[in-house]
Design a protein around this ligand. Structure first.
Ligand SMILES: Cc1cc2nc3c(=O)[nH]c(=O)nc-3n(C[C@H](O)[C@H](O)[C@H](O)COP(=O)(O)OP(=O)(O)OC[C@H]3O[C@@H](n4cnc5c(N)ncnc54)[C@H](O)[C@@H]3O)c2cc1C
Length: 378
């Protein structure tokens, strides 16, 4: 049984108070926002139902350069220069123009948290009224509230998203021990009619899973099947819904980031670097409010516009997501083979990386503010 780190019983004292910023959700998106506020002098509260890094939310694969620029390389576990794609008609190896790495989730979260200077509390967020967030430990308020709670979009006024009718994919993986050299994906209807299977090794652990773009397709049996085919035990399950459509970045007065804003890339279900990317932008906008360089309305507008500027990229990836499964298997195989030419791979993966490029992230902000903190202007 995994040890439960979250506070229970008497340790769960009542929570209350007014902060400059309340960040709901302490995974990739929420921690990236908190990191950008370090040294701003703002009183920032981060809440999550689990302790930081306690509950892994993904296979934890990311372009290596993102780990480097964020100062998170100590969490890296394995680096890959090639992607291996299996179809029923054969296997292709793509040499990537940049490398991809798997990392350790608890360690990455701890490293990110060390770059922030916020307060943290474990509490389940139930909803909000205006500028007050309701948790199972009490209410907290702030003029600046961030929903980084994942796909549910809990702080939205319409009550958030519900599967299976919402634009969501679903993913499930198992984490057997052991090692493997290759980053592999399977485009094979035996595992999923629309989607793909994967094995992301992380040194002493493998992350074997299946993602379906159709939320009605249950991925448990075929995740077990893929693990069996790889002669691995189907143990330590981890799964979730994955948004595959970009949503509005704001709803006055709330800022949404990461999966709550649908910022996971539709065709690949890659949502970590985009959570960092949009989280950094949002953190910088909130910092400008804290430092008196803009008001909240301006931050809402600027961040919302920034999210909207990416809408066409997400739309095109969603189109491709819908088209690929409809192609006959032999055409799929021919396309995959043709796409394997080095020049095409360099071009396609170069464009893909630029949707959320690592250069966007600077080094961690200084933790000590040089100036007197300016109260948040709402
Ligand atoms: C099986 C699977 C494998 C994946 N593999 C990859 C991958 O290898 N690479 C990649 O880039 N993307 C991957 N993704 C997608 C990626 O996991 C998400 O896009 C990413 O986690 C989004 O980050 P986030 O911070 O927005 O949300 P999350 O990581 O989902 O974090 C949400 C946080 O909010 C907390 N929370 C939720 N509800 C409440 C509540 N009511 N009260 C308090 N706290 C709450 C959660 O505990 C969590 O800490 C995968 C997804 C799945 C399902």
């Amino acid at each position: 049984m995994p040890r439960r780190a979250t506070k229970r019983g008497e340790e769960r004292t009542a929570l209350s108070g007014t902060y400059d910023v309340v960040v709901c959700g302490a995974s990739f998106a929420g921690l990236a926002v908190a990191r950008q506020l370090a040294g701003s002098g703002a009183r920032v509260l981060v809440v999550d139902r689990y302790e930081i890094g306690e509950r892994q939310t993904s296979a934890c694969g990311i372009p290596t350069e993102w780990l480097r620029v964020m100062g998170l390389m100590d969490s890296a576990r394995q680096e890959f220069g090639e992607l291996v794609v299996h179809t029923p008609h054969g296997t292709s190896r793509y040499e990537l123009p940049w490398t991809f790495s798997t990392f350790d989730y608890p360690q990455l979260c701890r490293l990110l948290w060390a770059q922030a200077d916020a307060e943290f509390e474990t509490a389940k967020v139930n909803g909000r009224t205006g500028e007050t967030v309701h948790t199972d430990r009490g209410d907290v308020s702030a003029p600046l509230i961030v929903d980084a709670l994942g796909w549910r979009r809990i702080l939205a006024s319409d009550g958030g998203y519900q599967p299976p009718d919402a634009p969501l994919s679903r993913g499930l993986e198992v984490h057997p021990g052991g090692s493997s050299d290759d980053l592999e994906i399977w485009i094979d209807r035996r595992y999923v009619p629309a989607g793909y299977g994967w094995n992301f090794p992380a040194k002493s652990e493998q992350r074997i899973g299946v993602g379906s773009f159709d939320p009605r397709f249950h991925v448990k049996d075929t995740t077990v099947l893929l693990a069996e085919d790889l002669e691995q035990d189907a143990v330590r399950y981890q799964g979730n819904w994955i948004p595959h459509k970009l949503r509005d970045g704001t709803e006055d007065p709330i800022f949404f980031v990461g999966d709550s804003a649908g910022q996971c890339l539709p065709l690949t279900a890659e949502g970590i670097r985009t959570a960092f990317y949009f989280g950094i932008k949002l953190g910088d906008e909130l910092r400008a409010v804290i430092e008196g360089r803009q008001d909240r309305d301006a931050a809402l507008r600027t961040y919302s516009d920034f999210v909207d500027e990416h809408e066409w990229q997400f739309r095109w990836m969603l189109r491709a997501q819908r088209l690929v499964p409809r192609l006959p298997a032999r055409v799929q195989r021919a396309v995959i083979w043709a796409c394997g030419r080095k020049r095409f791979v360099d071009w396609a993966f170069g464009h893909y990386l630029r949707i959320a490029p690592p250069e966007f992230a600077g080094p961690p902000p200084e933790k000590t503010a040089e100036e007197e903190p300016v109260p948040a202007a709402a």
